[in-house]
Write a protein that binds this ligand. Sequence first.
Ligand code: FES
Length: 89
Amino acid sequence: MDGTFTVRLRKSGQTVEVGPDESILTALNRIGVHHPSSCWGGMCGVCLARVASGDPDHRDFILNERERQSKLIVLCCSRSLSPVLELDL
Ligand code: FES
């Protein structure tokens, strides 16, 4: 999905719309949630988080298939294939 989707944070209950031209990390920063980050290019893994529900669209260069199946997601570049992506944050 290249359009807008919603990210919901399971622990805090916060939600944010992620626009087509911004990353999940950027959207989180916009609502005051400052998750660790470094390269912003899907290469370092600093921004890793765990998916609680939804269908991630992985666009990183570091996670292998097993890690993707275990619900890890790279927040600086990955998106969502489902309208709502819930993170374990
Ligand atoms: S900040 Fe480096 S992979 Fe996301």
